[in-house]
Design a protein around this ligand. Sequence first.
Ligand code: NAD
Ligand code: UDP
Length: 311
Amino acid sequence: MRDKNILVTGGAGFIGSHLCEELLKENRVICVDNLSTGDCRNVEHLMGNKNFKFIEHDVSKPLELREKIDLIFHMASPASPVDYQKLPIETMMVNSFGTYNMLNLAKKKKSRFLLASTSEVYGDPEEHPQKESYWGHVNPTGPRSCYDESKRFAEALVLSYSKTYGIDVRIARIFNTYGPRMRKNDGRAVPNFVTQALNNEPVTVYGDGKQTRSFCYISDMVEGLIKLMGSDVKVPVNLGNPSEMNILEVAERVKKMTNSDSEIVFRDLPKDDPVRRKPNIEKAKKEIVWEPKIMFEEGLEKTIEWFEKEV
Ligand code: NAD
Ligand code: UDP
């Protein structure tokens, strides 16, 4: 992907800022963010670049741009369960009105549009590993529903726009991703465990820690998103690392790798917390020729190094 005008919504967030940085190597990037869960510091180092523009704006409201826009990466949305449960209405708004506004912009500018969807569309899955063909098992009124259901709505809206107006669309179902620039207090497992371990505070495992996740390092995710955008695959594609582990194992590895004296403590499991999650990535492997390269130990080491400077 080169010499394109690219809009990244949510570009001051964790994934968005890494995406902006990578895209900026060969393109012009406009980053739009309302800084609700993001941070200007994530893109501070890009501000001096003449090919980078930052606009503070809430994409749940329409956005007017003078520039030609070739590609839109719609990444804006709170993503951590703690964040989206604090901001349930904003989350539903950005995934509904925000997606609607960005699709209208894509229609006007004739841009290709990529939605950052999520493995949460599968809910607490009854099929394992999860394939794109699985319809999901989502509680429509539970604590996670503001996120799960609005992302499901967003996928349906994107496909409706594609069908009605011929907009060229991509849908990435992103699985748990981690790395530098996650907020230390965003409440997700990796930043919580690393911060707690570095401070020699108790490492909080929810439930018995037997629930599983599959963690993808940020550089692999950015590569996957760019490859998907560059492909001709117009149906949802899982992007994630299929290496599955339980949460207690994650806590133990973090503790070991930080040489921490922290004890591991067990806290109540949040309601509707998915029991198992692992992507089937055969579609991504075959159709966009992508698979993650970074092993958990390696990614965790880089993440710990970054958090050491933060805490
Ligand atoms: P993040 O919270 O770090 O980034 C989200 C960004 O969107 C923030 O900068 C925030 O300020 C911005 N934003 C939120 N609402 C906005 C609005 N109305 N207008 C403009 N900007 C707004 O989260 P992240 O982990 O970087 O997630 C990015 C995207 O990827 C989200 O859409 C999320 O649903 C998706 N995703 C992430 C993961 C993951 O593990 N990180 C997993 C699945 C899906
Ligand atoms: N988790 C935990 N301790 C924490 C934060 C999270 O045990 O301090 C658990 C959480 O209950 C879930 C898993 O780790 O089972 C992943 O949580 P995260 O918030 O990172 O992502 P998601 O639940 O959205 O997959």
